[in-house]
Design a protein around this ligand. Structure first.
Ligand code: 13P
Length: 345
């Protein structure tokens, strides 16, 4: 297989029918916030135990094609001593790795950030590949206000995303390219459409200019939504129509898949929105999920750091994975949520 054919095969496997990605790559700061919400301390062992619970959920591989790990996690092991990447691989789940070093203040751009991590990235990617990773993730962040994001922020982040993507492909890893337009604020869905369009325009220009092979990437974007505090909240139909219109304009058909982030939507909204888009298919690209919070929130709550609640946590995770798998195929219905409450799944 040529290098590109290998990348394409990995990208296609990550968006295989009925499957999507679990983002479990919370940085130490973010996982601490999640653990604070259930009142447990974030230690190396509590983080390991939590991820172990998710990764050993029986049957999750029916719905989960890949898992994005954090640097600490890719080096940790399951309770029986099996390294996490090996455990996932043995279950047919592809291990991935977050490689950016976070969003830092962008010089001369108050309120905006640039994602760092390019220095030494080539070497780190080679190490991660040795550790078992087959794909990677880099997240750029854009806030919406009346005046932001600036063009400067859009293009510097797009440039960095493309540099990262090129290095990943050189190392034989599929880059997940993640430009996230945050939905915090009171903006309308129309404003989200305009900003998401501009950001995607910059990202695909940079990917093209830097010779990234679009057949060997996945795009991980936000959906086009109204701001979380907007006076008028866009419906699932509006979200699906606006998001598809935006992506048809800006995402070349060569890209095998779009795997959405959930970005603070409720679990069920994230599922319903993905379903509404897939119902409108077929599309030029697979439309799937790469959710963090929307796959994990009920599971984290059910587990609550208690070793005797591992099974409850796994049931909750399995249920959300199953619901999102249905949405990824366009066959989700809110009534399916009831099976879980009744103990049916
Ligand atoms: P959320 O689905 O919680 O937004 O997380 C996805 C992710 O990986 C953000 O980088």
């Amino acid at each position: 297989m040529t290098d590109l054919a290998q990348l394409e095969a990995t990208a296609e496997a990550l968006v295989a029918e009925g499957k999507g990605i679990l983002a479990a790559d919370e940085s130490d700061g973010t996982i601490k916030k999640r653990f604070d919400s259930i009142g447990i301390e974030s230690t190396e062992e509590s983080r390991r135990a939590y991820r172990d619970m998710l990764f050993t959920t029986e049957g999750a591989e029916e719905y989960i094609s890949g898992v994005i790990l954090f640097d600490e996690t890719i080096r940790q092991t399951s309770a029986d001593g099996t390294p996490f990447p090996k455990l996932l691989e043995s279950r047919g789940i592809i291990p991935g790795i977050k490689v950016d070093k976070g969003a830092k203040p962008l010089a001369n751009a108050p309120g905006e950030t640039i994602t760092e991590g390019l220095d030494g990235l080539r070497e780190r990617l080679n190490e991660y590949r040795e550790l078992g990773a087959r794909f990677a993730k880099w997240r750029a962040v854009f806030s919406i206000t009346d005046d932001l994001p600036s063009q400067y922020c859009e293009w510097t982040n797009a440039h960095a995303l493309a540099r990262y993507a090129g290095l990943c492909q050189e190392a034989g890893l599929v880059p997940i390219v993640e430009p996230e337009v945050l939905q915090d604020g009171t903006h309308t869905i129309e404003r989200s459409f305009i900003v998401t369009s501009r950001v995607l325009g910059a990202v695909f220009t940079e990917l093209f200019d830097q010779k990234v092979e679009l057949e060997g990437i996945l795009l991980k974007p936000n959906m086009v939504l109204s701001g979380y505090d907007a006076p008028h909240r866009a419906s699932a139909d509006e979200v699906a129509d606006s998001t598809l219109r935006c992506f048809r304009r800006h995402v070349p058909a060569a890209v095998p898949g779009i795997v959405f982030l959930s970005g603070g939507q409720s679990d069920e909204d994230a599922t319903a929105h993905l379903n509404a888009m897939n119902v409108r298919g077929p599309h030029p690209w697979e439309l799937s999920f790469s959710y963090g919070r929307a796959l994990q929130a009920p599971s984290l709550k059910a587990w609550a750091g208690q070793s005797d609640q591992v099974e409850a946590g796994q049931r909750a995770f399995y249920h959300r994975a199953k619901m999102n798998s249905a949405a990824r195929t366009g066959v989700y219905a809110p009534e399916m949520e009831r099976d879980f409450v009744a103990g049916g799944t």
